[in-house]
Design a protein around this ligand. Structure first.
Ligand code: GDP
Length: 364
């Protein structure tokens, strides 16, 4: 599962990507600087890991990760192949969620591709390119399905109706995600269409240093604009946070953040939001060798969770021993949890909950 960072050139995507992944991708004050998509594997900050580490004292700790892709070069006309448009749109298609960065800072030294700072217009520019690309996809599919629909094929008719609904939305400059599927069949079809604008999205308002904690007038405009989208808006001083990641010690970084009025980096908030946007959650394994956060889809069963560790665990799954994270912390050890009667044995049907501390029994 990957989240792709999109936005107009020079809004701070590469800087954000570097800040998240600490990879030293190029960042320069001109359009088209990041040409190849960069993929970063980013640790998901989770205070629960530190708590488990304190209790279990393992040899090592492994955090959950999320893949972030820096998708540069989306410009006006991208859907018609302008700039490096088509290639980038293809890269977005491979992502499961979208992080849309909007420039919400003034700075005359940093060129804006459209002349002035205006996040509302910028969002529209990007949205329209993505919608046009989806329109192309929808039209191709309609062409294919029309004939079968005419001959009375029920499935084709369902698909045609849904495609037309999506088409209508796109023509009104609305994203495909605004089209609600009416039933399971439609929901599956929507997935199958693989439309860019049906992917879940969150917005990052890239603000100046002074607005990191409070936001600014641009941010308010963005919030107003997206209020019906049910999408998260994250305020982040990308440039400043990138500087902070360069600082040597934890104390220095902490002090710098406090000066900004932040308890933790906005980047951490963003990573967790992206993880959630990808419908991911965490369960833990806690042993003296290793305390580790594992990633499963929300709704995963115990055997599926076991399969994340090893496919053999899933195939030979017998049962899972489960301690809720809060119980683990409250009682302090597995033995004490057992004494308190909070240790659970769960079978194949068990749906994993976020924060479960799990141990799997399986046949080899
Ligand atoms: P991209 O084209 O969207 O990937 O943008 P970059 O990350 O390459 O940033 C473009 C320019 O804007 C670079 O010179 C960055 O240093 C600068 N920049 C990025 N974020 C900020 C920010 O939050 N504040 C300021 N003042 N400059 C920034």
């Amino acid at each position: 599962m990957k989240a792709g960072i999109v936005g107009l050139p020079n809004v701070g995507k590469s800087t954000l990507f570097n800040c998240l992944s600490n990879a030293k991708a190029q960042s320069a004050n001109f359009p088209f600087c990041t040409i190849e998509p960069n993929i970063g594997v980013v640790n998901v900050p989770d205070p629960r890991i530190a708590k488990l580490e304190e209790l279990v004292k393992p040899e090592r700790v492994v955090m959950a990760t999320v893949d972030i892709v820096d998708i540069a070069g989306l410009v006006k006309g991208a859907s018609k192949g302008e700039g490096l448009g088509n290639q980038f749109l293809g890269n977005i298609r491979e992502c499961n969620a979208i992080i849309h960065v909007l420039r919400c800072f003034d700075n005359d030294n940093i060129v804006h591709v459209d002349g002035n700072v205006n996040p509302i217009r910028d969002k529209e520019t990007i949205d329209i390119e993505l919608q046009l690309k989806d329109l192309e996809t929808v039209d191709k599919r309609l062409e294919k399905v029309k004939r079968a629909a005419k001959t009375g094929n029920k499935e084709a008719q369902t698909e045609e109706t849904l495609l037309n609904r999506v088409r209508e939305a796109l023509l009104q400059a609305k994203s495909a995600r605004t089209v609600q599927p009416n039933n399971n069949d439609e929901e599956e079809l929507m997935q199958d269409f693989q439309l860019i604008t049906s992917k879940p999205v969150l917005y990052v308002c890239n603000v100046d240093e002074g607005s990191a904690a409070t936001g600014n007038a641009y941010v308010e405009q963005v919030r107003e604009l997206v209020k019906d989208e049910n999408a998260e808006v994250i305020v982040l001083a990308v440039g400043t946070e990138a500087d902070i990641t360069e600082l040597e010690t934890y104390e220095e970084r902490k002090m710098f953040l406090e000066d900004l009025g932040l308890e933790e980096p906005g980047a951490s908030v963003l990573i967790r939001a992206a993880y959630k946007l990808l419908q991911q959650q965490t369960y833990f394994t806690a042993g003296v060798k290793e305390v580790r956060a594992w990633t499963v889809n929300i709704g995963a069963t115990a055997p599926q969770a076991a399969g994340v560790i090893h496919t053999d665990f899933e195939k030979g799954f017998i049962r899972a021993e489960v301690i809720a994270y809060d119980d683990y912390v409250q009682y302090g050890s597995e033995a004490k949890v057992k004494e308190a009667g909070k240790f659970r044995v769960e079978g194949k049907e068990y749906i994993v909950k976020d924060g479960d501390v799990m141990h799997f029994r399986f046949n080899v």
